[in-house]
Design a protein around this ligand. Structure first.
Ligand SMILES: [Mn+2]
Length: 384
C-alpha cells in the first residue's frame, strides 16, 4: 500500500489579515492532493491541524469540500486525526467530522481504529499534556491491537515529542508502543523522521509557513510505501509555497538593505514574497515607512519585528530549559508570590495550554499566562 502523509495544512489561515495568504494555504493543500493522486496513492493520511481554526469560515469549508470530493471521486480515502487547532476549546465537534459522507475518516478517542485494504490505521485527536495519563492508556490499548494484527499498522498522532519540543512535549519516543510499522505524526512544523518500533516515525511538517520561524524548512509531505518489510519514505516538495525572505539588520542598516532586498525579490519568480525585517534595536517608524513604500508592489507584505538586544538569558521563566514546564512555572510563581503558588501555577499552566493551542509561541504563551495570573491576583513580578 502506498500512502501520502500530510500534516498541518492550517487551511483558512488569513495570515497578516490577508486573503492572499488564506488562498496560499488552500492552494498548497490542493497541490499536495494532486501530487498524491499523480503518485497513485491508495490513501491520504492527515495528522492534524487540517484547519487553522476550530471554526473555519464557510468559504474554507466549501473549498475543502471540493478537494475531498475529488478524492472521493478518485476512490482515495482521507483519514485524519484532529490536531490542536482543529479542536474546540470545550467539547464540540472538529470540523473535519463534517465530511464523512465523502469518505473522510476521523480517528478520535471514541473511534480510534480503521482498517482499510488490510492495513490498520489507529490514533486519536490531539490531547493536551495534562491528559497524559489518558494518552498513555490509549497507546497501550492501540499497541495491543496492533500487536495482534496480521497486516501493516499505522499509528497517527498529533502530539509533540520530547526530543523535538523539549519544553512543551506530551510524549517521548520511548513511551510509544513498539508494535507499529509507521508512526504518522503531526504538530511539529519542521519535517523530521527517525526509526521507531517496527519501522519509521515521521513528521512531514507544515505545508505553508504558519510562522516566520518556519521559513527555512522545506515544505512538503511524505510518500510512504508500506509494501516492503520496512516502510520506504520519499519526500514530495510543494512548489506553490509563497517565498519569504528574512533580513536581520541593525536599525541604521534598514534603508541600505533595500537594494539587496529588491535584488532578492526579483529572483523569487511567480508569487510576490513576504519580506521580514528583524531589527536588532529600536526602529524609527518613519524610516520603516520609507523602506516599506519602496518595496510595496514588489512584495505581498513587508513586516518588521523588533528583536530586543537582550534576548538571550531573559527573565527566569523564559529560560525554561527544564523538561517539566509546570514545575518551572511553579518555581517562578513561588519565588514571586509565595504560598498560593501551586494553585496559581496550575491555573497559569492551563492558561498556557489554551494560549499555545491558540497559536501563540511557547515563549509568548508562558509570558502571557504568568502575567495574566499575576494580574488577577495583584502580584507584581520583582522587576517591576
Ligand atoms: Mn500545526
Amino acid at each position: 500500500m502506498l500512502i501520502a502523509h500530510v500534516s498541518d495544512t492550517h487551511l483558512g489561515y488569513a495570515q497578516y489579515g490577508l486573503e492572499e495568504r488564506e488562498n496560499d494555504f488552500m492552494s498548497v493543500f490542493r497541490e499536495a492532493v494532486e501530487k498524491a493522486l499523480e503518485e497513485h496513492v491508495d490513501v491520504i493520511v492527515h495528522s492534524g491541524d487540517v484547519f487553522h481554526s476550530p471554526r473555519p469560515r464557510i468559504k474554507t469549508l466549501r473549498e475543502f469540500r471540493e478537494v475531498v470530493r475529488r478524492l472521493w471521486e478518485k476512490g482515495v480515502p482521507l483519514v485524519v486525526v484532529p490536531g490542536s487547532h482543529d479542536m474546540q476549546r470545550r467539547r464540540g465537534v472538529p470540523p473535519v467530522m463534517l465530511f464523512d459522507d465523502l469518505g473522510v475518516r476521523v480517528l478520535t478517542t471514541k473511534n480510534y481504529k480503521w482498517e482499510y485494504n488490510g492495513v490498520l490505521f489507529a490514533g486519536f485527536q490531539y490531547l493536551p499534556r495534562h491528559r497524559r495519563q489518558v494518552i498513555l492508556e490509549l497507546l497501550r490499548k492501540l499497541g495491543a491491537i496492533a500487536s495482534g494484527f496480521s497486516g501493516k499498522t499505522v499509528l497517527m498522532l498529533h502530539q509533540g515529542l520530547r526530543r523535538l519540543l523539549p519544553t512543551s512535549y506530551e510524549l517521548s519516543i520511548a513511551e510509544l508502543p513498539g508494535d507499529f510499522h509507521y508512526y504518522a505524526f503531526g504538530h511539529v512544523h519542521k519535517p523530521f523522521k527517525t526509526s521507531c518500533g517496527r519501522g519509521v516515525l515521521a513528521y512531514p511538517g507544515s505545508t505553508e509557513n504558519v510562522d516566520v520561524t518556519e521559513i527555512s524548512y522545506d515544505k512538503g509531505f511524505y510518500l510512504v510505501d508500506l509494501s516492503g518489510d520496512q516502510p520506504e519514505l520519499s519526500r514530495i516538495k510543494l512548489e506553490g509555497v509563497r517565498p519569504q525572505l528574512l533580513y536581520e539588520v541593525k536599525p541604521e542598516e534598514l534603508s541600505s538593505t533595500v537594494r539587496r532586498v529588491i535584488a532578492d525579490v526579483s529572483k523569487c519568480g511567480g508569487l510576490k514574497p513576504v519580506v521580514h525585517f528583524r531589527v536588532l534595536g529600536d526602529v524609527d517608524r518613519r524610516e520603516f515607512e520609507k523602506v516599506s513604500s519602496r518595496l510595496r508592489g514588489l512584495c505581498l507584505k513587508v513586516r518588521v519585528e523588533v528583536k530586543p538586544p537582550l534576548e538571550e538569558g531573559g527573565e527566569g521563566y523564559e529560560v525554561v530549559e527544564t523538561l517539566d514546564l509546570k514545575t518551572a512555572i511553579e518555581s517562578y510563581l513561588r519565588a514571586v508570590m509565595g504560598r498560593d503558588a501551586d494553585r496559581l501555577a496550575s491555573m497559569a499552566y492551563d492558561l498556557f495550554l489554551i494560549l499555545s493551542s491558540e497559536g501563540y509561541s511557547e515563549r509568548e504563551a508562558i509570558a502571557r499566562a504568568v502575567k495574566e495570573v499575576e494580574g488577577l491576583y495583584g502580584v507584581r513580578s520583582s522587576e517591576d
